[in-house]
Design a protein around this ligand. Structure first.
Ligand SMILES: NC(=O)C1=CN([C@@H]2O[C@H](COP(=O)(O)OP(=O)(O)OC[C@H]3O[C@@H](n4cnc5c(N)ncnc54)[C@H](O)[C@@H]3O)[C@@H](O)[C@H]2O)C=CC1
Ligand SMILES: O=C1[C@H](O)[C@H](O)[C@@H](O)[C@H](O)[C@H]1O
Length: 338
């Protein structure tokens, strides 16, 4: 497959599905989205027409087609398992947006199916690992340049979420990013989880406590707090401060010009994930295309997706039972050991 374009089928032509189709067909190298599928047939057909690809109302039919080499799953969370399993059954590489599945048990079923098939095929869309700022933090921590990491103070802020976004999603859909990237940064697993609430913002709705604070500890004792505030009303703001023995390390802010006008001085900040991490998404998908064409999975695996969701479930249990919860999961299968 090295010289030919990777023929990709995308299931889910919503917000991020369209950004991935756009970047693959108009920016990145070595692949083309040749088909897409969505249960919203009319809208899906309009996306297929815009990007000159074939439309399927049935995503599994598309995945099984001989015209597709690899799959991208960008449906809403509850349907990830269905399409990832279909790709594994078809023996095709599959990039599944985070989370791998909302339930840890579903993630485990995917892991078991992949191991049974004997070949790693699944990558999960934890794109912060591809952000240059997080990669700088990882290098500084890995080298112990500034001593041992002791504490992390993080924030995950959205401008707004819709009524379908409920209290568990703050952990299981949003802070799953921190759960994965901080485990990757520190290169160790978690030991305990806790979730507490702040004073509710007036901007939230009946089914969402907002803000929330998730507190994790790692097996070596690093203590992490992550604020999720998903109705800030204006900004998409991601913070990560690493307190080391000899220095404080901060995730760099994306650079924008400083504007001095109307007796004020300042610079624009992001209001959406698609712009804040655009370079990370491009790097993530390009590296996935390149690795897939060479028959490898280099990025976050189904096992990373499983560990992330077990941790998220423990945090949700801690929130609901108002206590600190121990985090336990199975031993990593040899299949996933690099
Ligand atoms: N990596 C990241 O930073 C981000 C990841 N995501 C993830 O991407 C996924 C999609 O999120 P959005 O694009 O924001 O959602 P969205 O709601 O904009 O799009 C989801 C699409 O899936 C379609 N769909 C729903 N059920 C389906 C089914 N059974 N079969 C086929 N299509 C189906 C819907 O019709 C819709 O077009 C989610 O899992 C989300 O967690 C979303 C935003 C950012
Ligand atoms: O993955 C994403 C986005 O990247 C945002 O950071 C989250 O807040 C959102 O809930 C989720 O879909």
């Amino acid at each position: 497959m090295a010289g030919k374009d990777l023929r990709i089928g995308v299931v889910g032509t919503g917000a991020i599905g369209r950004t991935h189709i756009e970047r693959i067909n108009n920016k990145l190298q070595g692949a083309k989205v040749v088909a897409c599928a969505d249960v919203n047939v009319d809208f899906g057909k309009s996306v297929a027409e815009k990007y000159d690809c074939k439309f399927y109302a049935d995503g599994e039919e598309m995945i099984a087609s001989d015209d597709i080499d690899a799959v991208i799953v960008t449906t809403i969370d509850p349907y990830h398992e269905q399409y990832v399993m279909a790709a594994i059954k078809a023996g095709k590489y599959v990039f599944c947006e985070k989370p791998l599945a909302p339930e840890a048990e579903a993630c485990k079923r995917i892991v078991e199916a992949e191991v049974a098939g004997g070949k790693q095929l699944v990558q999960v869309g934890f794109m912060r690992r591809y952000d240059t700022g997080y990669r700088q933090l990882k290098a500084a921590i890995e080298n112990r340049t500034y001593g041992e990491p002791l504490m992390l103070h993080c924030a995950h802020r959205n401008p707004a979420v819709d009524e379908s976004y409920d209290t568990p999603m703050a952990v299981e859909n949003s802070m799953i990013h921190e759960i994965d990237v901080l485990r990757w940064l520190l290169n160790e697993d978690y030991a305990t989880a806790e979730v507490v609430f702040a004073k509710n913002t007036r901007r939230t709705h009946a089914n969402l406590m907002d803000p929330q604070i998730m507190i994790l500890t790692t097996k070596s004792g690093v203590r992490i707090d992550v604020e999720a505030f998903v109705n800030t009303g204006h900004c998409y703001d991601i913070k990560c401060e690493v307190v080391c023995e000899d220095a404080i390390l901060n995730l760099p802010e994306p650079s924008n010009i400083e504007v001095c006008a109307n007796a004020t001085r300042g610079h624009a900040i992001h209001s959406d994930w698609s712009t804040r991490f655009v370079d990370a998404y491009n790097t993530e998908i390009q590296e996935w295309i390149d690795a897939t064409k060479e028959g490898r999975v280099d990025g976050p695996t189904a096992w990373d997706g499983y560990v992330g969701q077990v941790t998220a479930k423990a945090a949700s249990k801690a929130r609901d039972e108002k206590k600190v919860v121990e985090i336990t999961f199975d031993e990593m299968p040899e299949f996933y050991k690099k």
